[in-house]
Write a protein that binds this ligand. Sequence first.
Ligand SMILES: [Zn+2]
Length: 537
Amino acid sequence: MDPNRPQATHVAVRDGCILAVGDERCADAWGHAGEDPVHDSSLEEFVLMPGLVEGHAHAIAGGIWDYPYAGYHDRIDPAGKPWRGKRDLASVIADLQAIERTLPADRPLVGWGFDPIFLRDERLGRRHLDRIGGERPVAVMFSNFHLMCVNSKALEMAGYDRETDAEGVVKDANGEPTGELQEMAAMFPVMRRLGIDFRGLSLTEPAMRTYGEVCKRAGVTTATDLFSTMTEADADRLLDITADERFPARIVPALGAMGASPEEIAERARALRERSSDKLRLGAVKLMTDGSIQGWTARVKWPHYVGGQPNGIWNTPPQSIFDLALQMQRSGLQMHIHVNGDEASEVAIDALEAAARQYPWPDARHVLQHCQMMGRDQFVRCAALGVHVNLFSNHLWYFGDQHAALTIGEDRARRMNAARSALDAGVEIALHSDAPITPMGPLFTAWCAVNRQTMSGRILGRAQRISVDEALHAITLGAARTLKLDREIGSIETGKRADFAILATDPTACDASALKDISVLGTVLGGKVYPAKEPLA
Ligand SMILES: [Zn+2]
């Protein structure tokens, strides 16, 4: 990622940072009197690239595995255990039933990762879940974490019934709640009563350590936690955990901008920013706008959804997005803004433009996150505003076929996660997994952006493919720029931190279709080796 020295055979490290890059003699000039460089050839069989940067993931990618996985795709948990995907509703129910029998009486049954868009069966409803739980509350979180389905007991605990008139509480033709709950306002009352606590799943010591494992196995040395509900006490704990030499990654949380006034959120973010350390970088904020495209809760411009579904849900209404953007800009806080549908992108760009007009801030470097439906016109505006984009390229493989057939139709699916358009417009890009929505693995994510192949094997939007070099840039220096950490990480250059991914083969030398198959053997963080498995090879 350093054009001045794109390849080298040796790198010298001192005090956790890169002292020199070049050949075996690159450090010789730096020896002090009587102190020769120590040569270490333990990684000589492997390829080092800059430590991968996951610019949009969530720390619950570790702790969520405390709950049983109910998704369609085969997945591997942080301990390396494979979980088989469930290909029909009957197996989802049967597997949950088996787990229900093992639970203590006072515990709710909670599954996660469910993906109805892949199932040909009838829609999951409370009646299915009533058969499992009886008196026990049951909740199944969808893979996008924007929707869930619960049983009658859980509905009753939240006080949802036919009298309820709340957006996101889905009802059947007879006016009874079906059990499906869409987006945060409808989901939170149930989550609170069932003790489903994203904070507990992400900010405790075991959850954080598991997240560190997830990062290391993916070759990631810097990872985000992009909707943190961190308190001051959480920050104390996270500072301790990450400072431990055994913790293998730098973590960049962004404070979730919800549930408080813009002024209060800005004040908390500024206080947190003061506490940043080498391995915990605080101070950014995350704004939510719309929902999820595959859940039909994203806000999509005309002609909206091909199935005629209602046009999505605002988690934060447009006026509040404007108010938040103005306050954050005024307070000098970098914003990451969730935008899935193109109507949500438009509102976010408008809000950032208004904020920039009132409080000019060159290189504020706000980042639109997901940007799945953004068109060329919107990328041009981002370029003018200095706004970066982080594209959800994994969607092309995981949901591309479904988007073409069931959500936004062929034309707009072809230009989803339009990396080529963004780069051509002069916008800096990153690419992400949004783990645990899809598994963390930046080389897989890069493969998606380069090949744009869907699960059925078709190429979705040939014109939006990018080169291997561009994709590798996006998962290292590009992502580092979205986090304003490019001074420190993202390339192997003198003065930067000695953070590397250890790979079995050179991604620039293999076929573009093989990018996703490259083995990650571990990482180097601050000059210390963290093998994915012992021993390294
Ligand atoms: Zn996310």
